[in-house]
Ligand binder design. Structure first.
Ligand SMILES: [Zn+2]
Length: 405
């Protein structure tokens, strides 16, 4: 009997394969992955049963192969930086004092409004390139430093343009409900503006894949965010929320009722929040960079998330003020050290769980047939080696949509 013969564009051999399709760590040594048309067509044991015809073959030499990394929570597009605020914080300045001195989110708003779309793209590439060099293949980018129609559109357009400039997939979120802009005296009036002016235009132009909000004492209430989410749903947009970061407001449970893709931060999340998220199928997104940089002491309830079987994603939260972090590998390391994830859970956080948090769990984040051929071959053997050695392990090869880059 003749062996079936299949043409492919790229074939990986002798891989130590972490497909991330298993809930606990399983690595198949001596595996192979076949890629055609930018998608995976086979992954698993090297088999004599199929004859792959392929011009390009990579011998992985028993290196770890994982899905391409996914950062499901960033504020990558912004003007200026807020490095000067750290010393003020060390001297004991409270957040309110820093804001009064012209710092905080509103200082990023001013700096972002001052830049052109081109300038925003150039500054974002400086942060994106090191992330791509660490194996990132998909990134979520939020608006939220514009807070006016023109500036929010400018940020989202700049985010979308990155796809054409680098081998990366971009998912965008409208975060107009980030903080109160200086032009508005009333939070309710600004929420009306977000729902009635900004969101319709963003939707018409197809610039956002989801709508985000910041539910916190220093930002917006649960009821104000609910109004944003109801409007988003009317435009067919999925929602997600910055919730329970600094206090317990029940925003996560409210977001879950609106079928949120994810609730992010969650340091103060209660069991009620997490149960509602599990019921709704919302992912928990852990952001250890912000926890670290703000020197927070209350970690998110990871053990309860585990018991409930919530998807736990990990993001860099790359932003100029509270998480100036452009390293997916360091974010995963922090999730292990600060929040108690094991190496496989941390890797899951930036692969399959992150894909789930973006509503793309059936396309990316795992190495299996019909998924996009986004992969990383690492110069190490297992997730523990990859994530415990800070700054020591880099990609041997990164493959984006079937092509080495
Ligand atoms: Zn954020």
């Amino acid at each position: 009997m003749t062996k079936p013969s299949i043409d492919c564009d790229l074939l990986l051999l002798k891989a130590r394969l972490a497909t991330m399709s298993h809930d606990t760590e399983i690595i198949d040594d001596n595996a192979c992955v076949a890629i055609a048309g930018g998608h995976i067509i086979y992954s698993g044991p090297a088999t004599d049963a199929i004859n792959f015809r392929c011009e390009t073959i990579i011998d992985c030499d028993h290196r770890l192969v994982t899905p391409g990394l996914i950062d499901c929570h960033t504020h990558l597009i912004y003007g200026g930086d807020r490095s000067n605020e750290h010393e003020l914080k060390l001297k004991g300045a409270a957040y309110a004092e820093i804001s009064a001195a012209g710092g905080g989110i509103l200082s990023s708003v001013r700096a972002t409004r001052d830049l052109s779309e081109d300038e925003l793209v150039i500054s974002a590439l400086k942060r994106l390139d090191p992330m791509i060099a660490e194996g990132l293949c998909t990134i979520e980018i939020k608006s939220g430093y514009g807070l006016s129609l023109a500036s929010e559109l400018k940020m989202l357009k700049a985010a979308r343009r990155l796809e054409g400039l680098r081998p990366i997939s971009v998912s965008t979120s409208l975060l107009a409900a980030h903080t109160l802009p200086p032009e508005f005296m009333s939070k309710d009036a600004y929420i009306d503006h977000v729902c009635d002016v900004i969101m319709p235009e963003v939707s018409r132009l197809g610039l956002a894949d989801a709508v985000d909000g910041f539910c916190e004492g220093i930002a917006f209430s649960k009821d104000q965010i609910r109004r944003v989410f109801v409007a988003a749903k009317a435009y067919g947009l999925k929602v997600k929320l910055h919730a329970e970061q600094l206090s317990a407001l029940g925003g996560a449970a409210m977001a879950a009722q609106c079928e949120a893709l994810s609730c992010d931060h969650l340091e103060y999340a209660t069991e009620t929040d997490l149960v509602a998220m599990k019921t709704a199928g919302s992912a928990a997104v852990l952001l250890p960079g912000a926890f670290y940089f703000l020197r927070q002491t209350k970690a998110p309830p990871v053990e309860m998330m585990r018991k409930l079987g919530l998807m736990m994603a990990v993001g860099t939260d790359c932003n100029p003020g509270t998480s100036p972090l452009s390293s997916p590998l360091v974010a995963m390391n922090m999730a292990m050290v600060l929040f108690g994830l094991n190496p496989y859970e941390a890797l899951m956080g930036m692969t399959r769980a992150a894909a789930f948090a973006l509503g793309q769990g059936q396309k990316i984040g795992q190495i299996k047939p019909n998924f996009k051929a986004n992969l990383v071959i690492w110069d190490c053997e297992n997730p523990a080696q990859l994530l415990c050695q800070i700054g020591q392990v880099k990609p041997y090869t990164r493959i984006f949509e079937g092509r080495s880059s």
